[in-house]
Design a protein around this ligand. Structure first.
Ligand code: NAP
Length: 530
């Protein structure tokens, strides 16, 4: 059987890029197939105004190369999308990655051949590539969700989705704009769109919690200091559940007097960012502690937003941190602007989109352009867009019709030689994605090296191991309040999607420990075929 490549990698984001680099380093042949025209994955597509990472730039970066780490200069505390995309391109240039990548090539199908233990990968360009392994690096938040709102196709003006933004940018100057959604993407883009637009109307179904970023230019002296101590920072980060080096709490809010508790919340608020949820140990474990944190943020909304009715509509009713916490620059302040209107659609969904705007609550809101900040079919959406067929022609779509089942978020029973980078059942979206990606890529590379040495041609998770892992993922999810609300973590944003808490919430250190044990036990939980 002629094999074109040892591995086909789907996606040229941070996962696919590093995967290619590692495989090449070990003497494997690999081809990356990417739908976009360039590298960068999520940072290639998400070009909406204000897009930036909510993990600090000095931590949201590769650590596999000391030279790369030292030569790249981050300029802001939270890097903007253009800066992160420049970084991705720098990495692609530095390691000459593009020669093994094919862009504007969409993978449509991947079929496992039981007899020869190889995959055939088909694309919209008519390619048929045969490879021993398929490695998906398609991202967790990469399949945009366009809600089925009646009349959407009839709208006469332009409609933009934050997750697939025009590369040339959009100038809203002098325009009336309607934004649907108030998640992270909306919360980042609304303040900037409001500065440009003649009028901005925000349609909010669920009010969200957001913490100020307090973004700033990075002081070169600080960057120098970080670079000098990078190994220690990276080592500390690996001991933290989210893979981010920030001060971990030692005390429970439940055991802390109110004044002291609020002082701590204030301290974290002033520092800014996602670390707010690490004010205390029990914010996602204890209802009262969660309420204390939520009340603190609600008091900030009332302080910042001048109109009490608008403040009330902006005040979230769910628990804090259940949906993904947002990080903003001037979000609530934006609702004090005279050119911004908030429409509460919590109890009455948008009736329809008309040719000239949005009809909601029995009223027509005419707009020149529509922005859908409506998120993604998270964690499984991109994978299931590809027709992936395992043993006996079984479709992954069918195998997962009750929700994704994986072993370690890396592999699936019945789909030998298929690896997923940051798949469902791995820590992925609950962590700093870059170290999680690197850990997965290193695991996969080491595994392929070991299989080559042993002359193994197929590796497949065994059922008992997958069931045990899925049981563990579910049981740790049940301990926290995070699994209790209608979030994309549980697929609740996509009508008809099975409700399963998809990421592994046990934390990166515990996950790494488990992967290391699997390797030490000679790839326990996997069946190997020579
Ligand atoms: P999202 O958090 O899923 O938010 C989508 C918004 O659209 C929600 O407010 C949702 O309301 C609303 N929506 C969806 N369908 C609707 C409908 N039919 N009618 C009215 N409203 C509707 O998506 P996102 O903001 O793109 O963020 C997704 C994730 O990407 C984030 O949680 C984060 O992990 C990541 N992200 C990160 C950054 C960053 O690093 N700073 C930035 C952007 C995104 P409901 O809540 O009621 O469903």
């Amino acid at each position: 059987m002629k094999i074109d490549f040892d591995a086909v990698i789907i996606g040229a984001g941070f996962g696919g890029m590093y995967m290619l680099h590692r495989l090449r380093g070990e003497g494997f042949s690999a081809r990356v197939l990417e739908a976009g025209k360039g590298v960068g994955g999520t940072w290639y597509w998400n070009r909406y105004p204000g897009a930036r990472c909510d993990v600090e730039s000095v931590q949201y970066s590769y650590q596999f190369s000391k030279e790369l780490e030292q030569e790249w200069e981050w300029t802001e505390r939270y890097a903007t999308q253009p800066e992160i995309l420049r970084y991705a391109n720098h990495v692609a240039d530095r390691y000459d990655l593009r020669r093994d990548m094919r862009f504007e090539t969409l993978v449509t199908r991947a079929t496992f051949d039981d007899t020869n233990n190889v995959w055939t990968v088909e694309t919209d360009k008519g390619d048929r590539l045969v490879a021993r392994y398929v490695i998906t690096a398609m991202g967790c938040l990469s399949s945009p969700n366009t809600p089925k709102i009646e009349g959407l196709a009839d709208f006469k003006g332009p409609t933009y989705h934050t997750g697939n933004w025009p590369h040339e940018g959009v100038d809203f100057t002098g325009k009336t704009v309607g934004v649907i959604g108030t998640g992270s993407s909306a919360i980042q883009s609304i303040p900037i769109m409001a500065q440009q637009a003649k009028h901005l109307t925000v349609f909010q179904r669920t009010a969200n919690y957001t913490i100020p970023a307090h973004n700033r230019k990075l002081d070169p002296a600080y960057v120098k200091q970080v670079k000098a101590a990078y190994p220690e920072m990276r080592r500390r980060a690996k001991t933290k559940p989210a893979g981010i080096d920030f001060d971990m709490p030692t005390q429970a809010a439940a055991d802390t007097p109110e004044a002291e508790r609020n002082a701590k919340f204030q301290e974290r608020w002033d520092y800014g960012g996602l670390g707010f949820m690490a004010s205390f140990t029990d914010l996602l474990l204890n209802d009262d502690s969660n309420k204390a944190a939520a009340d603190f943020v609600k008091s900030k909304i009332r302080e910042i937003v001048k109109d009490p009715v608008t403040a009330e509509v902006l005040t979230p009713r769910n628990i804090i941190g259940c949906k993904r916490l947002c990080v903003d620059s001037g979000y609530w302040e934006t609702f004090n602007r005279p050119n911004v209107t908030l429409v509460d659609i919590r109890d009455e969904p948008i009736e329809r989109i008309t040719p000239t705007g949005v009809r909601a609550k029995g009223k027509d809101f005419d707009v020149d352009c529509l922005v859908l900040a409506t998120g993604f079919d998270a964690m499984t959406g991109a994978l299931l867009k590809v027709d992936i067929r395992g043993r006996g022609g079984v479709a992954l779509r069918d195998r997962w019709n009750e929700g994704p089942k994986t072993y370690l978020g890396l592999t699936v029973v019945g789909f030998p030689n298929l690896f997923m980078i940051t798949g469902p059942g791995s820590p992925s979206v609950l962590t700093n994605m870059l170290p999680s990606i690197e850990q997965h890529v290193d695991f996969i590379t080491d595994c392929l090296v070991a299989l080559r040495a042993k002359g193994v041609t197929a590796i497949e998770a065994v059922d008992a191991a997958q069931e045990e892992w899925i049981g563990h993922v579910g049981s740790v999810a049940d301990i926290t309040l995070r699994s209790t609300c209608s979030s994309w973590y549980v697929g609740a944003n996509i009508p008809g999607k099975p409700r399963v808490f998809m990421p592994y919430i046990g934390g990166l250190p515990r996950y790494i420990e488990r992967c290391e044990a699997v390797v030490a036990e000679g790839y326990s939980g996997f069946a190997l075929t020579s």
